[in-house]
Design a protein around this ligand. Structure first.
Ligand code: NAD
Length: 252
């Protein structure tokens, strides 16, 4: 798919990876529909896209809320009359070892902690994926859906909720690729390692250092490195159902 003039919906576009994806795609001429709960962040991303002469609109919506997601997609279709790409990027981290020093894993994880992370990362991906797929099928658009997973999808100490959620979004991408290929819709996932965003900065310093020692390239990834992978998936018309692992070798 040619990125120039394509309409790209990005969730979690108010900061971090979503913001960098928006700017990178704006530089290539994409039109952006930016979704987040963080209005101030959305405005910053929108300003950056406007400086690149890209049409960018913001939609304040909580991806866990079915009515808000449905309304956001209705508004996007009214504004842009089209959707080419959805990037399911909104995600949260709340676990026992990485973020809160006082807790130590499954035996201390609350049900609320588990469900909140599953809700944003899994339900949010499902709801937005459903709305985008529905529109693409009905309008015979050979679009692209990208789910942002994580290296944690393989299972990680202290990350019961986050790791399970990221395994789920990968599995959804593979299932959707099989299901939607008949319509020419491609679906893929990206599994980043440790990337330098506000999310990674929530991790305790000592834990972050320990995790970095397991990365062969011995550094955090840059948000641009994930944005380039998004670009690769959109532009490569024979890429579907696969997971791109951009993690400096963390999972080798
Ligand atoms: P971030 O915390 O910097 O940004 C996430 C954005 O999602 C925020 O703007 C936040 O407001 C938004 N968001 C959160 N809950 C939402 C909701 N309910 N509805 C709408 N928007 C919501 O995180 P990031 O590092 O940019 O991560 C982006 C994605 O990449 C996430 O899915 C994350 O799990 C994944 N990821 C990040 C890393 C990393 O090291 N940074 C590694 C692997 C995977």
């Amino acid at each position: 798919m040619n990125i120039d003039n394509s309409v790209v919906v990005i969730t979690g576009a108010g900061q971090g990876l979503g913001q960098m994806m928006a700017v990178t795609l704006a530089q290539m001429g994409a039109q952006l529909a930016l979704i987040d709960v963080n209005t101030a962040g959305l405005r910053k991303t929108q300003d950056q896209c406007h400086m690149l002469n890209s049409m960018a609109r913001i939609y304040e919506a909580d991806v866990t809320n079915e009515a808000e997601v449905e309304q956001a997609f209705l508004n996007i279709i009214e504004d842009f009359e089209h959707i080419d790409v959805l990037i399911n990027n909104a995600g949260i981290l709340d676990d026992g070892l990485l973020v809160q020093k006082s807790q130590t894993g499954i035996s201390k994880m609350s049900l609320e902690q588990f469900q909140t992370v599953m809700d944003v990362n899994v339900t949010g991906t499902f709801l937005c994926g459903r709305e985008a797929a529905k529109w693409m099928i009905e309008n015979e658009t050979q679009g692209v859906i990208i789910n942002i997973s994580s290296a944690a999808r393989a299972g990680n100490i202290g990350q019961t909720n986050y790791a399970a959620s990221k395994a789920a979004v990968t599995t959804m991408a593979v299932g959707w690729a099989r299901e939607l290929g008949q319509y020419g819709i491609r679906v893929a996932a990206i599994a980043p390692g440790l990337i330098d965003t506000p999310m990674a900065m929530q991790i305790n310093d000592d834990k972050l250092e320990q995790m970095l020692s397991m990365v062969p390239l011995a550094r955090l990834g840059e948000p641009t490195e994930i944005a380039h992978s998004v670009r690769y998936i959109i532009e490569n018309d024979y890429f579907t159902g696969r997971v791109l692992e951009i993690d400096g070798g963390l999972r080798l």
